[in-house]
Design a binder for this molecule. Sequence first.
Ligand SMILES: [Zn+2]
Length: 135
Amino acid sequence: MPGGFALDPGPCPCGGGEYSRCCGPFHRGERRAETAEQLMRSRYSAFAKREVDYLRRTHGQPAPRRALLQACRQTTWLGLTIHAVDGGGGDDLEGTVRFEARHQQGVLVETSLFQRRGGSLAGEWLYIRALELND
Ligand SMILES: [Zn+2]
């Protein structure tokens, strides 16, 4: 059984409550993110929980597994705050989420772009990339 998720009673790294009911179901493949914000939160939690496979399957151009695992190990995440959401809802094909993710070495502030796979409402949400200030 990968990860032993059911035995993890702690709080969700994203701050949304108990992990087993918050982002856990996404990582276990039981639920699919319905909004860009849900995907963003679940990806943050996946970084904190080192759920590398989830990170790869929710990324438009996934990095190699080993590189991702190494990146996860190098950072201790401390908390997440969502600052703004634009689009990314049930009827959208695209959306952005601006957030602040705190870690031991500082703070990552990013506006992430999300799109649905295949440009279709039936496609699941994917992380595409961080937007630059002039995007
Ligand atoms: Zn969560």
